[in-house]
Design a protein around this ligand. Structure first.
Ligand code: ZN
Length: 163
């Protein structure tokens, strides 16, 4: 039994999907991305779970440690939370999710790619004074753009790989 991300729901043969765990929020994502696939997947025996606040906190804390949190979507956090909360492996091709899992010593496997080998840590660096800070658990999340403002000079912060 594993937690499957939406890429697995989209691309795996349906026979492999049965018996695994997914988040309820993935139903809406899948329906939006591929209504036809959703019709198919709906009929399968998949354990759709709501993610508890406690599990979401586990996910947020795990992803903040590696610094991946600002770039994760709500659905990303849900599947991460399921995997950590239920303590079962995660199947995902998202390198940020793989990185966050690996950083805290958890298992993830990829849907069809090789998967991340190196583990990265992300920090926030000021575009003005270059001051760096860790990624906090309450960071705002979006796929691109700034990740807060500098406490020293007020300039936008960007994610940088920690060296
Ligand atoms: Zn600054």
């Amino acid at each position: 039994m594993r937690v499957l991300d939406t890429a697995a729901l989209l691309h795996w043969p349906v026979s492999k999907l049965t018996g695994n765990v997914c988040a309820v929020s993935q139903q809406y994502e899948l329906e939006r991305v591929s209504p036809q696939r959703w019709m198919l997947v709906q009929a399968l025996d998949i354990d759709w779970k709501e993610v508890t606040t406690e599990w979401l906190n586990l996910a947020r804390s795990c992803a903040a440690k590696s610094g991946d949190l600002p770039r994760l979507s709500d659905v990303d956090l849900d599947v991460l939370g399921l995997s950590l909360g239920l303590q079962i492996p995660l199947v995902t091709d998202d390198y940020r999710l793989q990185n966050a899992m690996k950083f805290s010593g958890h298992t993830s496997t990829s849907v069809d790619t090789e998967g991340a080998k190196e583990v990265w840590t992300w920090v926030r660096m000021c575009t003005g004074c270059r001051h760096t800070t860790e990624v906090p658990e309450d960071v705002g999340r979006s796929k691109t753009g700034e990740v807060g403002h500098c406490e020293r000079c007020g300039s936008p912060l960007q994610l940088k790989r920690k060296r």
